[in-house]
Design a protein around this ligand. Structure first.
Ligand SMILES: NC(=O)c1ccc[n+]([C@@H]2O[C@H](COP(=O)([O-])OP(=O)(O)OC[C@H]3O[C@@H](n4cnc5c(N)ncnc54)[C@H](O)[C@@H]3O)[C@@H](O)[C@H]2O)c1
Length: 247
């Protein structure tokens, strides 16, 4: 972040990539609203930031609920007085099913959190961002390529990349940059829980050119950089942070 104090928000900052990003923003001197559906998890992140000497505000939100998103962003701005950056990171994994085995309700649930949730956050953030402000949406390498048995997740993340590209062009005249980060498999607590004691991590490592999976901090570093003034001429990109994978 630049030397001037910035204020912003990170959704899904109670865990994983979002928590790592919130911690890194705060270390850079930013005041960060920690938005999460899990109140306890948000409070934990705020505590970690406080122990680090940083400034943070816990805000409970369900990004799939319009009233909740509006209230959370209003609360952030009421406390911090404005918004310089917003990271739309909250998301959910998909059921492991082929398309014809998936119910419409399962499909729509993933879309409502990952895609409509990102849309709602952007809808209420964009009018509040000042010139020089930035949005980063956390998509996935599933926003660029296929992931077998994840039709809802891949459709939602391709949608997030699409929203990013359109908003980048529409809001460039206002001096607002909009980018996406597309992580490959990243060793967050959620990822490790899904992997369990299967050989999933070893399999993923074997097909990753750099030979290992990302840490949450490595994905967060791209998020923070894209929000910073160092990325002042970067907008509309979907940045892969995937150890060189192209599928
Ligand atoms: N970990 C990976 O391998 C990986 C890879 C590619 C993309 N991603 C994406 O990165 C983002 C973060 O993933 P992560 O692995 O850190 O996940 P995580 O599960 O560790 O953290 C996600 C956080 O989002 C919160 N959340 C979930 N639904 C919410 C909702 N409706 N409203 C508000 N908050 C909500 C959760 O409570 C949690 O704290 C997600 O969008 C995910 O799709 C993750």
């Amino acid at each position: 972040m630049s030397a001037t104090r910035k204020t912003g928000l990170v959704t899904g900052a109670g865990s994983g990539i979002g928590r790592a990003a919130a911690l890194e923003f705060a270390r850079g001197g930013a005041a960060v609203a920690v938005l999460d559906i899990d109140e306890l998890a948000a409070a934990e992140t705020v505590e970690l930031i406080g122990k680090d000497g940083g400034e943070a505000l816990p805000v409970t939100v369900d990004i799939a609920d319009e009233d909740s998103v509006k209230a959370a962003i209003e609360r952030t701005v009421a406390v911090y007085g404005g918004l310089d950056f917003a990271v739309n990171n909250a998301g959910m994994a998909s059921h492991n099913r082929q398309l014809d085995e998936m119910t419409l309700a399962e499909f729509e649930r993933v879309l409502s959190v990952n895609l409509s949730g990102t849309f709602l956050c952007m809808k209420y953030e964009l009018p509040l961002l000042k010139g020089g402000g930035a949005i980063v949406n956390v998509a996935s390498n599933g926003g660029l390529y296929s992931i077998p048995h994840a039709p809802a997740y891949v459709a939602s993340k391709h949608g997030v990349v699409g929203l990013t590209k359109v908003a980048a062009v529409d809001y460039a005249p206002d001096g607002i940059r909009v980018n996406a980060v597309c992580p490959g498999p990243t060793r967050t607590p959620a990822f490790d829980q899904v992997a369990g004691d299967t050989d999933m991590i070893a399999r993923q490592e074997a097909i990753t050119p750099l030979g290992r999976l990302a840490t949450p901090e490595e994905a967060a570093a791209a998020v923070v950089w894209l929000c910073s003034d160092a990325a002042a001429y970067v907008t509309g990109i979907a940045m892969s942070v995937d150890g060189g994978r192209r599928a």
